[in-house]
Design a binder for this molecule. Structure first.
Ligand SMILES: NC(=O)C1=CN([C@@H]2O[C@H](COP(=O)(O)OP(=O)(O)OC[C@H]3O[C@@H](n4cnc5c(N)ncnc54)[C@H](OP(=O)(O)O)[C@@H]3O)[C@@H](O)[C@H]2O)[C@@H](O)CC1
Ligand SMILES: [K+]
Length: 551
């Protein structure tokens, strides 16, 4: 598992390391600068071969300090380096000032302004280093810094993005929320959601690099080790006591030993199980997918196929009688049971082997559908509530009060707004830009008393206890073609199939989100929702053999 840190957590880990006396801030800064140069050569291998020209923009804090280190290291490699500073460098914090002085022995520093930047023949550099603000950014960027940033972002028609490396963050990006502070549309200029080619961060990724505008503006992300692992893993100096937010991946970039959580290591229907003798279909659970009426059954059929493919031993569709012929004509492996009303549903669920339920896709919004949701919730069984079930819960407090620990809610943004209007309002208030999707989903899970998965390119999953994971289909894991009709029904089915196999709600949601994107990536462009479950055998084979998709 890769831990994701907030800016405050990163600062407190650094502080704990420095206070321990085992490492100095100056050493950490040197490692950070080296990490940036290393990442630059990894990203642009040809730059290693001959010295180039760089422009380094240094801010008034330690992010600027890293910039002075980078300037010096490049100069040591005979690069032509121009340095601009924001604010009076004599007022820099001590370590940054030391590096400023070291740089002064090699070259000069000009005050940062757009005019000076452009006069320096700014268009001819091979590398632009954004070291203005990092984890200490506390308010929207303005003045000359903003002018230069928006110029770099293409305000005047120049395209610098392919040559920009940002240290910790494109300056102005909130590393907690992933929003560009002070902007309505998350863009420096022209509404383009791009800025840097590469962002280099230290020790662990930061929340804002995965949420909202972050991934687009960061370009690519390189995480460099600066020797803080010991303080991170012991939780020393941690700014918050919440369980740590993790990134859902198939491997650990920065392993975290404190948490046993490792969704993809929870055995799916693997050989290990089979050898252990768990070969009967009931060993892998029996999922129930509740279907809508005639003409609306596609969503439930997709969910059922996904639940089966992900490994549920049995899947039954609970179908209103008017839709029975339609469903029967189009399914093979899932079973079907006619369920005319809530009473019949309750009777069906007296069978304790039916151990996971999915309700909502294509369901409908009538009182009879609300009664079905009520019946399902009253069983207390692991249940995925999606689509119409979420809308029904949003408008009926009685249903909402029936939500329980074993539920997983899988809203998209619109459903989230209906379910949690106050939380959503905070999330979309420009003045609350450090309030992140992580904060929002944690608050929603606490309010609902169950696991909430808020869908998006930056899917966030949280439990009422504050356990939280980000699953981001960004950077190398981007899967834009996943935005297709029925894709959400597949996700609901995957989670239900995992619940049937005994995954806890949070692990089922996190694993389902990962598999969903992995299937889309495996298929590629041209994907329609029906293709997703068909990719599962290949994806699961790779998971089980330990060579699943890289992130
Ligand atoms: N600590 C360590 O050991 C290590 C840290 N490392 C590096 O340090 C970075 C964090 O450094 P940092 O904490 O000094 O914060 P940083 O991002 O430079 O900004 C703070 C300065 O900016 C100012 N400021 C803020 N917002 C502003 C705005 N909108 N407009 C104008 N000014 C604004 C703020 O002013 P103030 O808010 O105090 O008025 C303050 O002067 C981190 O990202 C990493 O790169 C690495 O070297 C590893 C070791
Ligand atoms: K920066």
């Amino acid at each position: 598992m890769t831990e994701i840190l907030t800016a405050a957590q990163m600062r407190s880990i650094e502080q704990a390391a420095i206070e321990s006396g085992e490492v100095t801030g100056l050493e950490l800064m040197e490692r950070a600068g080296r990490g940036v140069v290393e990442a630059v050569f990894e990203e642009w291998p040809s730059y290693r071969l001959s010295p180039r020209r760089a422009i380094v923009l240094c801010g008034p804090g330690n992010n600027g300090g890293d910039g002075y280190v980078v300037a010096r290291l490049l100069r040591d490699l005979h690069w032509d380096v121009t340095v601009f500073s924001l604010g009076d460098p004599e007022k820099l914090p001590p370590d940054a000032k030391t590096n400023y002085r070291r740089w002064l022995a090699l070259g000069d520093v000009q005050p940062l302004s757009e005019r000076a930047f452009r006069a320096a023949g700014a268009g001819y550099a091979d590398l632009y280093v954004d070291a203005l603000f990092g984890t200490g950014m506390s308010r929207p960027v303005s003045g000359e810094a903003w002018s230069v940033l928006t110029h770099l972002a293409g305000r005047n028609g120049d395209d610098y993005a392919p040559y920009i490396v940002a240290i910790d963050a494109p300056s102005g990006l909130c590393l907690d929320s992933g929003r560009l502070l002070g902007t309505a549309n998350g863009s420096y200029a022209h509404g383009h959601n791009r800025f840097a080619a590469l962002t280099v961060t230290f020790d662990s990724p930061k929340q804002g690099q995965f949420l909202a505008d972050g991934p687009g503006l960061c370009g690519k992300l390189a995480v460099k080790d600066i020797g803080l692992r010991k303080w991170r893993e012991t939780g020393a100096g941690r700014a918050m006591r919440l369980p740590q937010t993790v990134l859902v991946t198939d491997r650990s970039v920065v392993p975290d030993r404190r948490h046993a959580l490792s969704p993809l290591r929870v055995p799916v229907k693997s050989e290990r199980n089979i050898h252990a003798g768990h070969t009967h279909k009931f060993s892998f659970g029996h999922g129930v997918i509740v279907s809508g009426g005639a003409g609306r059954t596609g969503a439930a059929r997709l969910a059922a196929r996904s639940a089966l493919r992900v490994g549920a031993g049995l899947v039954s569709l609970a179908v209103p009688p008017d839709a029975a012929a339609e469903v029967a004509a189009q399914i093979t492996a899932p079973m079907m049971r006619a369920v005319p009303d809530a009473g019949a549903m309750a009777e069906m669920l007296t069978d304790a082997r039916l151990n996971a339920i999915c309700i909502g896709p294509g369901l409908g919004l009538g009182p009879n559908h609300a009664a079905l949701v009520e019946t399902v919730l009253k069983t207390g069984r692991p249940t995925v509530l999606d689509a119409d079930a979420l809308s029904l819960v949003a408008r009926d407090d009685q249903l909402r009060n029936l939500l329980h620990q074993n539920c997983v809610l899988t809203p998209h943004n619109g459903e989230f707004k209906r379910l949690f209007p106050e939380i959503e309002a905070r999330l979309s208030t420009p003045s609350a830009q450090s309030f992140s999707k992580v904060d929002a989903v944690r608050a929603a899970a606490a309010e609902a008393g169950c696991t909430v998965l808020l869908k998006g390119r930056d899917t966030v999953i949280a439990t009422p206890q504050g356990q939280c994971a980000i699953h981001a289909a960004v950077y190398e894991r981007a899967a834009p073609w996943l935005a297709t009709a029925g894709s959400g029904d597949v996700l609901a089915g995957l989670i239900a199939g995992l619940l049937a196999q005994g995954y806890a709600a949070f692990e089922a949601a996190a694993t389902g989100a990962w598999l969903h994107v992995e299937c889309a990536r495996q298929f590629g462009p041209g994907l329609i929702a029906e293709d997703l479950p068909e990719q599962l055998p290949g994806v699961l084979r790779r998971v089980i053999s330990g060579e699943a998709g890289r992130v």
